[in-house]
Design a protein around this ligand. Structure first.
Ligand SMILES: [Zn+2]
Length: 260
């Protein structure tokens, strides 16, 4: 069905770049998929739009269908996540979520669940005291939304119900292997029982429940590495912002010019 000439949509700004002397090109996530749109005149200081198309803003936009890119005619902020904006670790995490979505969701790839997930995750990153667990929650949900939900309850190779004796995570099989299938993927990663339980918990619980957990640093690290390996498999190459997150973590006061 052809789109209306002017249409209204909820949107989160994933990326922003200069388009011409006066305009900006925005990459949006909407419930109807990813869109690249132009905000005319947005680089001018007197622009009505300027404050309403900030990176990671959750907005309602009115767009006009254009020949190459649709054009933002109005934008109203619903959530601006002010605390996130003022904190380097939180905003780095937001960059990471935006990059992952940008890489995994195609143009016009309708995915309302992922849109809801992004809004929920940005809200959580704005207030949580467990940024890393919020990201793990986001990764697991996003993988599920795009058809790569890691198999944590049945063996990823033979489907048999998994017990506490499972000790391997296979990125190529897409989940945990039972003891009998451990040799099916010789490159399967070792996984502790604690990591197995945490992955299962993160996959099924709410973001609020996840935030309440008290966990050792080594367990958090192990789960991060397992999911990173799996995401790498899905993406087929490493993410730029993963290296950046590591940078920020080891040097929170550091000077990061790449951000703006
Ligand atoms: Zn098996």
């Amino acid at each position: 069905m052809p789109r209306e000439r002017v249409y209204r949509t909820e949107a989160v700004v994933l990326r922003r770049s200069d388009w011409s002397e006066a305009d900006r090109l925005l990459t949006l996530l909407t419930p109807g998929g990813k869109r690249r749109v132009v905000a005319k005149g947005a680089r001018k200081t007197i622009s009505r739009l300027a404050g309403h198309i900030e990176l990671f803003c959750y907005t309602t936009m009115l767009l006009a269908v254009g020949r190459t890119f649709d054009i933002v005619t109005q934008s109203a902020v619903r959530q601006s996540y002010e605390r996130l904006r003022g904190d380097l670790q939180r905003i780095s995490a937001a960059y990471y979520t935006a990059e992952l979505i940008d890489r995994l969701i195609g143009e016009d790839d309708e995915n309302p669940l992922t849109f809801e997930l992004l809004v929920e995750t940005l809200g959580a990153l704005d207030s949580t005291r467990a940024i890393d667990l919020t990201l793990r929650y986001f990764e697991l949900r996003l993988l599920g939304n795009i058809g790569y939900r890691p198999r944590l309850h049945n063996c990823a190779n033979c489907q048999q119900t998994l017990g506490e004796d499972a000790k391997r995570f296979s990125t190529t099989a897409g989940g945990v292997l039972c003891p009998r299938c451990e040799n099916a993927d010789r490159r399967a990663l070792p996984m502790s029982l604690g990591a197995f339980k945490l992955l299962r918990y993160l996959q099924t619980q709410s973001a609020q429940a996840v935030e309440q957990m008290t966990l050792s640093e080594s367990l958090r690290h192990e789960v991060e590495q397992l999911l990173r390996a799996y995401l790498r498999q899905v993406l087929e190459r490493d993410l730029k912002s993963v290296a950046f997150l590591d940078d920020v973590r080891t040097d929170p006061q550091g000077d990061h010019h790449g951000l703006h």
